[in-house]
Design a protein around this ligand. Structure first.
Ligand code: HEC
Ligand code: HEC
Ligand code: HEC
Ligand code: HEC
Ligand code: HEC
Ligand code: HEC
Ligand code: HEC
Ligand code: HEC
Ligand code: HEC
Ligand code: HEC
Ligand code: HEC
Ligand code: HEC
Length: 258
């Protein structure tokens, strides 16, 4: 046995004997350092508010063998009714009490409940827009607090050279199937999956060839306008009655003929 360990052992045995003999004075905050130097060092360096706002003894109110109530519940001080976050299970899955701000999600089996307790909007969005992302865990994409993974860590792009910023032109991470975009989107992102309309628009000699896909297919994927949305009925009424379909004469919206 190393001398220090032996000394500690002696002090401890004395302490135990005391407990059985005359009523020994209860442990004082200063006593801990005699035997738990490693924990004192951790708390001194990483304890945060558990160093500054509480003492060892406020948490560890009893000590074996005299008392068995040695380990406090977090709820002793972080009362569940104060915050949604204090109602989640397995606090120790993420927090180490002696270094409470060094949070390591990777030890937690599932993080959704705890993350959503502070970020209800994101948790709610994943729930309200069911997709395969809804069955992932927050920590699958958020490896550390405040950071996130690039889509391209898990997916191939639709088009060579598409970046994370490009993905975000159409997809939201917490509702990926809801494809919405601004009406300035570059048509090559659409042509990646719909090469036909792109080719036809290049072939037409009409002014439709100058328009962006999203000028007509506005804001939301799969939205299809009618010719009348933009042109009303430009010819005389009798003609429209006789030939109700614009495309019979004009070919189609993409390979438009005039
Ligand atoms: C004389 C040495 C000694 C001193 C002083 C001492 N401890 Fe301990 N402590 C021990 C030993 C040995 C154990 C392991 C006992 C066991 O497992 O039954 C222990 C165990 C513990 C445990 C774990 C109890 C459990 O049920 O798992 C806590 C918490 C603890 N000590 C906190 C403290 C605090 C806080 C102080 C200062 C107020 C302190 N100790 C002072 C020797 C000491
Ligand atoms: C905010 C409350 C809190 C404070 C402050 C605190 N502890 Fe702890 N401590 C805990 C909890 C909770 C555990 C049980 C951890 C576990 O089960 O993983 C623990 C475990 C322990 C243990 C036994 C397990 C181990 O990690 O070796 C010892 C010994 C201990 N603490 C000593 C101390 C000492 C000494 C201090 C003061 C420097 C201190 N604690 C400050 C909450 C606290
Ligand atoms: C004896 C009271 C007490 C106990 C027990 C306790 N805490 Fe705390 N804790 C505090 C106080 C006081 C603060 C500082 C004020 C605040 O932020 O509410 C604090 C702050 C924290 C912080 C923020 C730390 C920082 O530096 O910003 C975390 C995280 C935390 N506690 C987690 C826990 C967890 C997890 C447990 C259970 C393992 C626990 N606490 C048990 C009293 C306690
Ligand atoms: C899945 C991981 C996880 C679990 C489980 C978890 N926390 Fe937290 N906790 C966090 C994260 C992340 C933060 C935010 C830290 C930051 O702001 O940098 C945090 C912050 C805190 C804070 C400081 C901020 C505040 O709002 O007071 C306290 C105290 C706290 N947690 C206590 C608890 C308690 C008590 C439990 C169990 C009832 C618990 N935590 C369970 C991850 C977790
Ligand atoms: C105790 C409350 C709390 C918990 C628990 C918590 N967070 Fe946070 N989170 C915050 C706060 C506060 C911020 C910083 C303020 C902000 O930017 O909104 C933040 C910031 C973030 C950010 C960066 C926001 C930005 O705009 O840059 C992400 C991402 C994030 N948290 C994800 C998570 C994930 C994932 C979890 C679960 C592992 C989690 N948070 C748990 C309180 C918490
Ligand atoms: C499929 C991956 C993925 C999953 C799963 C995921 N996120 Fe995110 N999250 C992201 C990405 C990517 C961003 C960054 C958005 C940006 O560019 O700002 C983000 C951003 C955030 C932000 C910052 C604010 C915002 O909305 O931009 C918070 C908070 C957040 N996520 C919380 C969560 C929570 C809580 C969960 C679990 C309930 C979760 N996330 C699940 C990928 C994911
Ligand atoms: C941690 C890995 C991961 C990250 C990061 C990630 N995803 Fe996913 N995503 C998946 C998995 C797993 C699936 C389900 C299997 C599949 O379709 O590949 C999925 C499915 C999808 C789906 C189809 C959803 C469904 O229900 O069919 C879309 C769209 C999607 N992801 C877009 C994105 C976008 C955009 C980003 C970046 C903001 C992103 N993903 C980031 C893992 C990830
Ligand atoms: C022009 C808008 C747009 C851009 C930009 C975009 N996507 Fe998509 N993405 C879609 C559409 C539309 C679907 C098909 C949805 C459907 O089937 O209803 C889709 C489907 C997906 C799917 C589901 C599997 C599949 O291939 O059908 C994944 C994964 C995906 N996108 C990831 C990404 C990633 C990663 C990026 C960035 C590199 C990205 N997307 C950029 C519009 C876009
Ligand atoms: C990842 C591939 C992908 C991307 C990128 C994509 N789409 Fe689609 N699109 C699809 C799929 C798959 C369908 C469904 C096809 C079906 O139902 O026959 C579809 C359907 C459509 C439809 C409806 C077709 C019909 O017959 O109802 C329109 C319109 C459309 N897309 C336009 C666009 C526009 C505009 C863009 C660019 C903003 C775009 N798409 C980007 C894959 C994609
Ligand atoms: C979202 C609006 C929109 C929709 C939907 C639309 N167009 Fe157009 N169209 C335009 C614009 C803008 C022009 C160019 C007008 C200009 O520059 O004067 C145009 C021009 C035309 C022209 C004249 C071409 C030329 O080069 O002068 C014809 C013919 C035409 N459209 C027919 C149609 C037909 C047929 C449909 C349905 C299949 C249709 N359009 C759907 C916006 C639209
Ligand atoms: C001038 C407006 C206009 C422009 C520009 C336009 N579209 Fe369309 N698109 C339409 C209209 C109108 C229909 C419906 C045609 C019908 O019902 O026969 C349509 C139908 C579609 C369809 C479903 C039928 C089909 O032809 O496959 C897809 C997919 C589509 N467009 C994709 C695109 C893409 C991709 C672009 C850009 C490269 C684009 N569109 C540009 C107006 C337009
Ligand atoms: C019977 C054939 C026919 C039908 C049906 C038809 N058009 Fe036309 N349209 C033409 C011809 C021919 C021209 C070119 C001569 C002209 O300017 O009148 C034309 C011209 C146009 C122009 C360009 C007008 C300008 O001022 O430059 C637009 C826009 C147009 N058509 C839209 C439509 C729409 C929308 C429909 C359906 C509601 C439609 N057309 C139905 C034959 C037709």
């Amino acid at each position: 046995m190393r001398p220090l360990a032996f000394l500690c052992f002696l002090v401890f045995m004395l302490h135990c004997l005391n407990a059985f003999a005359v009523e020994a004075p209860p442990l004082q905050a200063d006593d801990c350092q005699m035997c738990h130097t490693d924990i004192l060092a951790t708390v001194a360096e990483f304890g945060g508010k558990h160093r500054d706002a509480v003492t060892c003894i406020e948490c560890h109110q009893e000590h074996p063998p005299r008392g068995t109530n040695a380990i406090p519940a977090c709820s002793l001080c972080h009362e569940p009714q104060d915050k949604d976050h204090y109602q989640v299970s397995n606090c120790l899955g993420c927090h180490k009490p002696h270094s409470p701000t060094q949070i390591d999600f990777r030890r937690a089996s599932r993080t959704n409940e705890a993350c959503s307790s502070c970020h209800p909007a994101q948790g709610g969005e994943l729930f309200d827009y069911p997709s395969n992302h809804s069955i992932l865990d927050c920590k699958d994409c958020h490896l550390e607090h405040g950071q996130y993974l690039d889509c391209l860590e898990c997916h191939e792009p639709h088009l060579n050279g598409q970046s994370y910023a490009d993905c975000r032109l159409c997809h939201q991470p917490h509702s990926p199937l809801k494809v919405v975009y601004l009406n300035t989107l570059d048509s090559r992102h659409c042509e990646a999956c719909h090469p036909g309309p792109g080719k036809r628009l290049q072939q037409t000699v009409t002014k439709h060839g100058l328009l962006l896909c999203v000028y007509c297919h506005k804001s939301q994927h799969k939205r299809i306008p009618t010719c009348e949305t933009c042109h009303f009925k430009p010819h005389d009424a009798g003609m429209h009655e006789q030939f109700p379909k614009c495309v019979d004469c004009h070919g189609g919206p993409h390979l438009l003929i005039n």
